[in-house]
Design a protein around this ligand. Structure first.
Ligand code: MGP
Ligand code: SAH
Length: 239
């Protein structure tokens, strides 16, 4: 009796094991061969070190998420503050803010992104430290209050790097000037995550939209020696 129970248990465990390895290799095959995803999937542990613990992505999430090492650095600058992540995506930045900030509001217009960000925040054990909001940042802005605004808007897809000099009016859902003016109505402490080919002179113009001009610090973000993006820190000296 005991022997047949053990045999049954062993067969059940091997079936579950076989099924899960098969499921994993199916996902690996799907992501590894999908031309839109494979180049990001190869970098999955740079994006989320806990990728294997249940991280979920969609296509836009794959090409937009802030690599973890960069998100940690950006979050460190906001330690102890109330941060609004205005374009949260699948949560690359939101999760790191939640670890060190006093509170985090994560906004995204796409309900699927909010669902993915919630799942991913659970993987990192920080979901209960985040207020998730599905909505349009531009419309929600008048009701928002926070110490720091983090803007990582859509850049128009992976083709952003085809132009020599990326202009602020190429950002979505509105041009960078309108986005920045809206952000300024909430706080002067604004962080923008932008393409590596952004026109730096235009960022100086943004700083001058405030009087006196905001201080502006530009940070080049690299992973393994390769420049990935640029972070612009605007502030009236609070950040
Ligand atoms: P990339 O240049 O598309 O990727 O984006 P990669 O792997 O550097 O390509 P390579 O083949 O040139 O090596 C670089 C980083 O920019 C990504 O990891 C994202 O963090 C960020 N990023 C890219 N896009 C298209 C967006 C976007 O639309 N919005 C935001 N917020 N970030 C983006
Ligand atoms: N920083 C994020 C990636 C953001 S990608 C991360 O690390 O995961 C940009 C996000 O902006 C997308 O998820 C898109 O759905 C969202 N978005 C686009 N228009 C928006 C709007 N008007 N208001 C709020 N979110 C918007």
């Amino acid at each position: 009796m005991f022997q047949s129970y053990v045999t049954f248990l062993l067969s059940y465990i091997s079936l579950v094991f076989l099924y899960s390895t098969e499921a994993e290799s199916l996902i690996e095959k799907e992501h590894g061969t999908n031309p839109k995803i494979s180049r990001y999937w190869i970098q999955r542990y740079d994006l989320f070190s806990k990728y294997d613990q249940g991280i979920e992505m969609d296509e836009e999430g794959w090409y937009s998420v802030t690599p973890e090492e960069i998100a940690i650095k950006q979050a460190e600058r906001c330690r102890g503050k109330v941060v609004i992540d205005c374009f949260s995506g699948v949560g690359g930045n939101t999760i790191q803010f939640a670890k060190v900030c006093s509170s985090v509001i994560a906004i995204d217009i796409d309900p699927m992104k909010i669902a993915l960000a919630m799942n991913n925040a659970k993987v990192y054990g920080v979901a209960n430290r985040i207020d998730f909001v599905t909505g349009d940042f531009m419309q929600l802005a008048p009701s928002l209050k926070g110490d720091v605004l983090f803007l990582s808007p859509p850049w128009g897809g992976p083709t952003y790097s085809k132009v020599e000099s990326y202009k602020l009016d190429m950002l979505l859902p509105r041009d960078g000037y309108s986005l920045f003016q809206t952000a300024l109505s909430i706080t002067p402490n604004i962080i923008m995550f932008l393409p590596k080919n952004i026109d730096l002179a235009q960022l100086e113009e943004l700083a001058c939209l405030s009087s006196p001009p905001l201080t502006l610090e530009i940070e080049e973000n690299s992973i393994g020696g390769e420049i990935k993006a640029i972070t612009a820190y605007f502030s009236s000296n609070v950040v």
